[in-house]
Design a binder for this molecule. Structure first.
Ligand code: DLL
Length: 433
């Protein structure tokens, strides 16, 4: 049995977790009713009062919160505590419209860092580890959250932030970093750079990686694990709910345990808003039952995934979420067919390509076009036209069978697509421009 950070709670029987959630939910609903006029109005409009909420079974009676509510209530409309009790903000990296600004009391920071500490422990971290935090620091939650979690575990924390890849490599080597934390696309880039510099997996001190903040495929995991010689763990979270650590992977690497003592998860049909049974694919909705300053109730994440309560070999009992397929707003509709970038990534990686690709969507003569541009790896790079055509044909067929529609494939020379230090931009949709 591996070490647990908070075994009592992480391995508690379902009934116990449900009891904790119910007690906290009742309190939290009362808290927002009393302190967040914006949400109270939403409850009144739906004809529900705190008296109607007696347990988790009543959750469905409460109104949803959406990104639109966050925009409408910007900047202070959803605050659950006076500003004098808040100690920090973080914000999303959204490029359009107003950013989401999330507030934290010291209590909120503590519970968030606790969640991140659980994630680090679940990835095998201890106070003997050197945790290299290459998520961005600043308004983004990645750096600060993992940093706080690493302190709680007692690991030596390296707050390097993102960027300056060669310096990252020097620090990893010189300090003997054992756990790398960054986006999966940046981990892939670090792997590529290590390889170019002549390091094989056995020459790199890292043993584990905690990667999240964007969708990544199982194929990409295998690739990163092989290049860096590590076990790669997924971590999920969003600014509205605190940041990383809402859910994390354990040694089973088979779905992410949601920290259910703090967050109640539901899956809904994004169109009808109906709650779906366990195992169904739909939009993930969270209720944060402990957060004081920014108390999200039934927050619609727009992330599409599934939940399972099947027993996990690690012993943890908290519900697991599958890797999100992507956000409902990342989903492309091409000639009427739903396409997730992660499906394209799977085809590319199954054919031996690395995750250096871009998806360009356009509309020509009223018809949507899909152009998948992918770099050849240095090993496959050639100027033999016949060979390139053969490769392109294979990818076109693979994409057709995965997506059901025809895509154009462009094979590019190695290093022609810009590398990302944070969340990778994979899709260029020219139809919206
Ligand atoms: O990305 C928080 C985070 C930082 C998570 C570091 C993990 C590691 P936001 O910038 O608010 O917060 O973006 C949240 O990113 O709704 C998902 O769409 C996506 N996302 C986060 N983690 C994963 C993951 C941070 N493991 C949005 N897999 C979420 C897929 C993820 N998508």
């Amino acid at each position: 049995m591996e070490r647990y950070y908070q075994k009592d709670i992480e391995c508690a029987p379902y009934e116990e977790i449900r009891k904790i959630q119910s007690e906290k939910l009742v309190k939290q609903v009362k808290h927002v009713w009393d302190n967040v006029p914006y949400y109270r109005k939403k409850m009144e409009e739906k004809g529900v009062t705190p008296d109607d909420i007696k347990s988790v079974d009543d959750l469905h009676k409460l109104p949803f919160l959406s990104k639109k509510d966050l925009r409408d209530a910007y900047p202070y409309g959803l605050l659950g505590k006076p500003l004098k009790d808040c100690v920090r903000i973080h914000s999303t990296s959204g490029t359009t419209g107003k950013r989401v600004v999330a507030y934290y009391t010291q209590h909120d920071i503590d519970l968030w860092e606790d969640c991140c500490a659980r994630a680090i422990m679940a990835a095998g971290g201890t106070d003997e580890d050197v945790v290299h935090v290459a998520y961005g620091y600043g308004l983004f939650t990645g750096g600060a959250g993992i940093h706080g979690g690493s302190h709680k575990v007692g690991s030596l924390t390296v707050p390097i932030s993102s960027g300056n890849t060669d310096r990252q490599i020097m620090f990893i080597n010189d300090l003997g970093a054992t756990i790398l934390c960054c986006t999966p696309s940046y981990a892939a880039y670090l792997g590529e750079r290590f390889k170019e510099m002549g390091y094989g997996p056995d020459d790199i001190p890292l043993k584990a990686g905690i990667f999240g903040a964007e969708a990544w495929s199982e194929e990409m995991r295998a690739d990163i694990e092989k290049t860096l010689g590590i076990k790669a763990y997924d971590i999920y979270g969003l600014t509205e709910l605190s940041g990383p650590g809402v859910a994390f992977e354990c040694s089973a690497q088979d779905g992410m345990h949601i920290n259910e003592d703090h967050f109640i998860a539901e899956i809904i049909d994004p169109d009808t808003e109906e709650v779906l049974p366990e195992g169904s694919q739909g939009e993930l909705v969270f209720t944060a039952v402990d957060k004081e300053a920014f108390p999200m109730i039934r927050y619609r994440t727009r992330d599409i995934c599934k939940l399972t309560r099947e027993k996990c070999s690690c012993g943890r009992t908290h519900v697991r979420m599958a890797k999100p397929m992507g956000r409902s707003d990342d989903m492309l509709i091409i000639r009427g067919v739903n396409v997730f970038p992660s499906q394209i990534e799977t085809v590319l990686m199954n054919n031996g390509y690395a995750a250096n690709y871009q998806i360009v969507v356009d509309r020509v003569n009223n018809t949507d076009t899909l152009d998948v541009q992918v770099e050849m790896t240095p090993e496959m790079f050639t100027d033999n036209v016949g060979e390139i055509e053969e490769r392109q044909k294979k990818l076109v067929e693979g994409l057709k069978s995965m997506l059901g529609i025809k895509a154009k494939v462009s094979l590019l020379a190695p290093k022609s697509i810009a590398r990302s230090e944070g969340k990778a931009v994979r899709v260029i949709d020219k139809r919206k421009i």
